[in-house]
Design a protein around this ligand. Sequence first.
Ligand code: SF4
Length: 376
Amino acid sequence: MSGGEGVRVSPVVLRVAPELGEVVRKVQAGERLGPQDGLLLMRTENLMAVGQLANEARRRRAGNRVYFNNNAHINYSNVCAIHCRFCAFGRARQEPGAYTMTRGEILELAQTYAQAGVTELHIVGGNHPDLPLEFFEATLRSLREALPAVHLKALTAVEIDHLANLAGIGPEAVLRRLQAAGLGSLPGGGAENFSPRVRALICPAKISGRRWLEIHRLAHGLGIRSTATMLYGTVETAEEVIDHLLALRELQDQTGGFQAFVPLAFHPRNTGLDYLPGPTGQDDLRMVAVARLMLDNFKYLKAYWVMLTPRLAQVALAFGANDLDGTVRRERISHEAGATSPQEQTKEDFLRAIREVGLVPAERDTLYRVVREYPA
Ligand code: SF4
């Protein structure tokens, strides 16, 4: 299937999926979809029709460019005071395999990555009970001084809330202090699914969905852009998926501060939910497509190859995605839960994957400024 210019919703879609007639009409007219439309898209058996619609929406909203960046992940510690059942990464302090990097080790690793040309460091870890706000301020400050050209995308809303609790101050004050130390933007982890029912089952000790949204709203108010995510493939219902997307869409309407949306596939291995099968490849593609159609105010939608595998991420480019994330280099969180993708993608891997499906590659920085364009 080509994702190139000229893709239109085929009349065949309406013949094989007549239940989508009104949704097709709205997408073609550029009208906003409502919750019932979202549920139809989640439930129709005709996944290809959903994909075609999403591909059309992507083409209209964002054209034919597909983005990637040269980045690296630094997971500074897996010690975590809360125990999310879906997580294979977090450890208690004394548990075998628990680790915490020193500020010097983080700096050294960052410098190695900078020498390889990264434009972004993605820095996240567990809710470490003993690493105070001052540790992160000092770390960000040293990174900014040593590597002024590298964007520091660091600390999820969950970590921000945790640091606020440790410091006895509010999250806005934490964000201000980290921003002054060099924080460039917030990653989107910790959103999971906003439904209180889902959170009670998969991450009962984590901040609420409401709190996650509030912290992102505060960040946007300070000019700190962020990413939105949604974990899927655990226990959520179709309604809970659509409610989550609508909550993100509403905040984006109000602040415009989200740069991209990233659907995150649950990987069950080594987690407290390992009896669940996890999402199918079809679920992965549907989630990308439904998100593209519901999140009409997000320009960039990532197919995160670490969780999807590079091959399925390439297919997702025909289902509404237009960003393959970055080179990543060494990722622990998904791989400990059984992700079978490699640890790194090279620029050449991205160029090939994008060109093979007839789209146009562009290397971006964290803020989606084009660093380098390539021919199709
Ligand atoms: S998902 Fe994050 S907060 Fe939850 S246990 Fe894992 S590291 Fe800790």
